[in-house]
Each structure stands twice: as structure tokens, then as C-alpha cells.
Design a protein around this ligand. Structure first.
Ligand code: SIN
Length: 287
């Protein structure tokens, strides 16, 4: 794809691109449209050295849809849409320490997230993203066909994650297709993750465990990934419908801090191919 308002430099052939020539604090509609096109093409975009007030960060997010409120995470400036990302010498955990797609346990999981890092450690603190298009496409045809007939239960339990910060709402849970069709690109993506996916509904418990463990390991293959080394001021925006990510906490006791604005999404669906076997599985749910 060619762009007139932005310069797009891919990080890998599979996932991730650095975007140059744009100040996110003031983007016009034509630039937003190109950012959206590049986002759909590369799944994760990186913007170096951005100066953004919280209001400008929120406004940039709203270009892509209504904002999502995290069920439990602390927020800043009195606005629940400004999720705090903060790890310092006293932290017991960091956000996103395991592979996940943000709040996939919501019935309508957020479509994307935009993180502006205000403070970066002197070394480390990278985030990794993996393409779930690539993960799905790398599987054999028979396994892809099986996965397309399955659904999985996702659940979130944030008990103790955020200290004494009271949750914004009940912890979510939902059942989603194991493979989802991206509503913009039409591509199929694997949609299970170690952070939230608990059980494949149609399989026996032991089968579900074995298949999920295989898929979680498969999804982490380095060939599906890119990795970003943050500097203060950088912004990353990722598409939760076709990626997973993991934030590495290797910088203790240094501080890493920023704000995340998250964009609301819709209910995951799988558009079945015309020639797919439409017969439902003989479900033995709950075995
Ligand atoms: C997250 O939003 O899951 C954390 C991402 C990061 O801190 O890099």
C-alpha cells in the first residue's frame, strides 16, 4: 500500500511498522484514514517521540471508535478511559506480563489499544506482539478446519491485581469463536490467549487443556512476532482482534509509566467459508 500523508517502515514482514511524519496531537482526517489503513495492514504501529496531553491522547483514540473502560485497572485524571500503566521499584506485578489480547473476556472485546509511554527504563521494558493471522495461517488445513468449529470460554479475574483500587464493573466472561474473522480485513485470526481463555467449550476438559496448551505455545513462535524498545514519548497502537502482546518486566527497580486509551470493539464472529462443513459438532460440553 502507498501513503501520501505518512511514511510507513515495516518492522518485520509479518507484523509491526514504524510510522513517521505525523504528530498525533493534531491529525487531520486524511492522515487518520492512512493511519487506519497502515494499522490494518501491519496490526501494530509505532510512533516515536510524541508529545500528547491526556485530552489529545483521548481525542486520537476516538478517531477509531468509542472508548473502552477497563473492568478493574486504575485510571488517571478522573477519566476511566485513561488507563494507568505503571511499574516501579515497589510494584508486585506489571501489566501485561503474560501473552494476551486485551480484555478478551468481554462480550465485546476492545478492538485496539493505544499506549503512550511517559517514562521508559534506561534498558529493557520492551513489548512483544504476535500476529494471530500468521499463527492461524501456519497451522495445517485439518487443524484449521477443526478450530473453525470450536468456541472457547474466556474469563477475567482481577482479584488482587490492582491493590485496593475498586473495580469499575463486574469481572467479565464470554464465549467466543476460537477463530475469528477480522471485520475490516476479512482475514481469519486465532483468538485464544493464555491470559483469558479458560476452556474450549465443545471438548472434554483434558482435550481442551491439551489443545489450548498447544495453541498458546504455537502462537508464541518468534516468526509471528515483533518487539519494540520504548523511549519516553513513544506511542504504540495495536489491534486486539488479530494480535496478542506481552510486556517484559526486566527493569526492576526502574520505573516505566504511561497511559493507555483503549477502543471499544464488537462481538467476535467467524464468517464461514462457502465450502465449509456447516454441520455442528456433536457437542458434549461440560464433560
Ligand atoms: C498492556 O496494555 O497490556 C501493557 C502493554 C505495555 O505495557 O507495553
Amino acid at each position: 500500500m502507498s501513503y501520501r500523508h505518512i511514511a510507513v517502515d515495516p518492522v518485520t514482514p509479518t507484523i509491526g511498522a514504524v510510522v513517521e511524519g505525523v504528530r498525533l496531537a493534531e491529525v487531520d482526517d486524511a492522515t487518520v484514514a492512512e493511519i487506519h489503513d497502515a494499522w490494518m495492514e501491519h496490526c501494530v504501529l509505532f510512533f516515536r517521540d510524541q508529545t500528547l496531553t491526556p485530552e489529545q491522547h483521548l481525542a486520537f483514540g476516538r478517531h477509531f471508535g468509542p472508548l473502552h473502560i477497563h473492568p478493574a485497572a486504575p485510571y488517571a485524571h478522573g477519566d476511566p478511559a485513561l488507563m494507568v500503566i505503571h511499574t516501579d521499584a515497589h510494584s508486585k506485578r506489571n501489566n501485561g506480563s503474560g501473552w494476551h489480547s486485551d480484555v478478551s473476556a468481554d462480550a465485546e472485546p476492545p478492538l485496539g489499544s493505544i499506549l503512550h509511554l511517559h517514562q521508559a527504563p534506561s534498558q529493557g521494558g520492551d513489548t512483544l506482539w504476535a500476529s494471530m493471522y500468521a499463527a492461524f495461517e501456519a497451522l495445517s488445513t485439518p487443524l484449521r478446519a477443526l478450530l473453525e468449529r470450536l468456541t472457547a470460554h474466556h474469563g477475567a479475574d482481577y482479584t488482587g491485581h490492582y491493590g485496593d483500587h475498586p473495580p469499575q464493573r463486574a469481572f467479565p466472561s464470554a464465549t467466543h469463536p476460537v477463530v475469528r474473522t477480522h471485520p475490516v480485513t476479512g482475514r481469519k485470526a486465532l483468538f485464544v490467549n493464555a491470559g483469558f481463555t479458560r476452556r474450549i467449550v465443545e471438548l472434554a476438559a483434558s482435550e481442551s487443556r491439551a489443545l489450548l496448551d498447544f495453541l498458546f505455545k504455537h502462537a508464541m513462535h518468534p516468526a509471528f512476532q515483533c518487539r519494540f524498545n520504548w523511549r519516553a514519548g513513544d506511542v504504540a497502537m495495536w489491534d486486539n482482534r488479530c494480535t496478542q502482546h506481552l510486556a517484559v518486566w526486566d527493569y526492576h527497580p526502574e520505573t516505566r509509566a504511561g497511559l493507555r486509551v483503549t477502543i471499544a470493539g464488537d462481538r467476535p464472529f467467524l464468517a464461514r467459508d462457502a465450502d465449509a462443513d456447516a454441520a455442528p459438532l456433536n457437542v458434549a460440553a461440560g464433560r
